[in-house]
Design a binder for this molecule. Structure first.
Ligand SMILES: NC(=O)C1=CN([C@@H]2O[C@H](COP(=O)(O)OP(=O)(O)OC[C@H]3O[C@@H](n4cnc5c(N)ncnc54)[C@H](OP(=O)(O)O)[C@@H]3O)[C@@H](O)[C@H]2O)[C@H](O)CC1
Ligand code: K
Length: 500
């Protein structure tokens, strides 16, 4: 599912119009697409209110109401704010009337099984005016199932802002593609199950939701004439005498994810703890004052940061590593406000919002409602890949493209889960040819493990070290699906997603 800002949608519409595909036709496509998406959820006995506003979101509702009535559903088209005001919505209302139908009065006492919300779409300017808020409040106090058209009324298209009177939708059908607000907070909590509905426009977005199909398509082939060298040797710079566990979790994540060989560069006290947990790795005694030479020849990738306190020595070590021609993951103690040198191998930064706030100098409060844009701006300005963690982890690339992940859940909000991800990322940057796929698959699979955990064990009980035990199960399902010519195992999102 691709993601579009309001500006991009307007550009796509204008481009289509310049070739004769006008807004009237797109509205027809939107309404018929909405009908095809909604009808399988309905019974012919259901009563349906289609509430249309004065703009083109209301126009989509008018077309939907026509398809419902033409197909024998008990649908009322209602204009609670008055008749349509845009040219195309008015034309569609005339056509609706020409089919022998009329709009119904807004009867607040009438019961409906379903309400389709065509009040406001991406033309929303917050806050909601009082007359509209009164209607959204009415909807929110009904027992009816609510299906929102494009976005639930009360959220805007591009940011996470939400009016206090926003409609709580059970389903949202987003036209052409998803809107950023369906993946931001707090707006996304109003969308319910969300699906993109095509309206006949070509897909041009640089941003998409990374899906299970994408993972299956891009899993690297591991069979044939292979040896441990085939899957790369990674260097993990992690752990300290006070925080040995972080290095252990990252090391296990890397080994489980399929790295060929792993060297751990750590403090001697930490090594004694970790070596018993990860006997597969080799260990180097850490001294940041000594430069590690020829990293690019010895290692396929390096990850630095879990369980290390930042200091000047670490910073100068990182500067040395960034001069070497190999992919680098920087996490936790290695995340800092700094300039990045121009280099050919990628740098992957994995901040949570607090770390991103410090790196980018943006107040934490602003990050949740605008993560896609902020991460993308940072990635493009610094020439790095930003993996901005949290629900809907954002992966922003230096070329302005990006992915959003929809797997994962609140069980990951625990110490240690980020360390495991760093190890998984290290494994993938060492074993994948395509860096975007390497990053996105690590993030997706990390979240899929957490989803599997809560299905079987509830949301509170996950610990990071148990987490790695889920990796074989999830990987087995994905690899089987990949061999099975793309048959999805149903771990996460397909063409729709929902957050619990
Ligand atoms: N390519 C596509 O995806 C297409 C999508 N379509 C649909 O069109 C809408 C966008 O339509 P637009 O007319 O631009 O805007 P809206 O219908 O969302 O909103 C405009 C009306 O809303 C009123 N408004 C705005 N903010 C408020 C508010 N805070 N309180 C009350 N009312 C508000 C505004 O009134 P004004 O008096 O302020 O002008 C308008 O009446 C998109 O979401 C899709 O559903 C097209 O059908 C085809 C192409
Ligand atoms: K709407």
């Amino acid at each position: 599912m691709q993601i579009y800002t309001s500006k991009e949608i307007k550009e796509a519409d204008a481009n289509a119009a310049s070739f004769g595909m006008d807004t009237f036709t797109l509205m027809e496509n939107a309404g018929s697409g909405l009908y095809r998406a909604l009808a399988p959820l309905l019974s012919k006995r259901d009563t349906i209110a289609v509430l249309s506003g004065k703009g083109n979101n209301g126009g989509d509702g008018i077309v939907l109401a026509r398809y419902l009535k033409l197909n024998g559903y008990k649908a009322d088209l209602i204009f609670p704010l008055g008749p349509p005001q845009t040219k195309e919505a008015a034309q569609h209302f005339s056509y609706f009337q020409s089919c022998g139908f009329e709009a119904a009065p807004f009867d607040r006492e009438k019961h409906y099984d379903w309400i389709a919300d065509g009040l406001l779409g991406v033309g929303t300017r917050l806050p909601l005016r009082d007359d509209l808020a009164e209607v959204t409040d009415w909807i929110n106090t009904r027992k009816a199932k609510v299906a929102a058209i494009d976005v639930p009324t009360g959220v805007a298209g591009d940011t996470g802002d939400a009016d206090p009177h926003t409609i709580h939708a059970d389903y949202t059908f987003s036209l052409h593609g998803l809107k950023p607000s369906s993946l931001l907070f707090p707006s996304s909590t109003y969308f319910g199950e969300t699906k993109a509905v095509g309206i006949g426009l070509p897909h041009t977005s640089k941003w998409k939701v990374w899906s299970e199909e994408d993972v299956i398509r891009s899993l690297p082939e591991r069979s044939g004439n292979v040896h441990k060298g085939t899957f790369g040797t990674g260097l993990l710079v992690a752990g300290s005498d006070d925080m040995p566990g972080s290095a252990a979790l990252a090391a296990i994540g890397a080994m489980r994810m399929g790295i060929g060989k792993l060297s751990v560069f750590t403090e001697s006290g930490a090594r004694n703890v970790i070596a018993t947990l990860v006997p597969e790795a080799t260990y180097l005694k850490r001294d940041f004052s000594k430069r590690l030479n020829d990293l690019g020849q010895k290692f396929a990738g390096v990850a630095i940061g879990p369980g290390i306190e930042p200091d000047e020595q670490l910073e100068s070590f990182i500067h040395g590593v960034l001069k070497e021609p190999l992919p680098v993951v920087l996490d936790a103690g290695a995340l800092h406000k700094r300039a990045y040198p121009k280099r050919t191998a990628p740098v992957v930064l994995t901040p949570h919002p607090g770390e991103f706030s410090r790196m980018a100098g943006i107040p934490t409060g602003q990050i949740a409602s605008d993560r896609l844009r902020l991460a993308s701006a940072y990635a493009q300005e610094h020439g790095v890949i930003v993996v901005l963690k949290g629900q809907y982890t954002v992966m922003a690339f230096p070329d302005g493209s990006g992915y959003v992940n929809t797997t994962g859940n609140s069980s990951l909000a625990k110490g240690g889960s980020g360390d495991t991800l760093t190890g998984m990322l290290l494994a993938n940057i060492c074993t994948y040819a395509n860096i975007k796929e390497a990053v996105a698959n690590a993030v997706y699979i990390h979240g899929a493990c957490a989803d599997l955990w809560i299905r079987e064990n509830g949301s509170a009980t996950l610990t990071a070290h148990e987490f790695s035990r889920l990796l074989p199960k999830v990987m087995h399902q994905l690899e089987t699906a990949a061999k099975d010519a793309g048959k999805a195992p149903g771990l996460g999102n397909g063409d729709r997603f929902i957050k619990r």
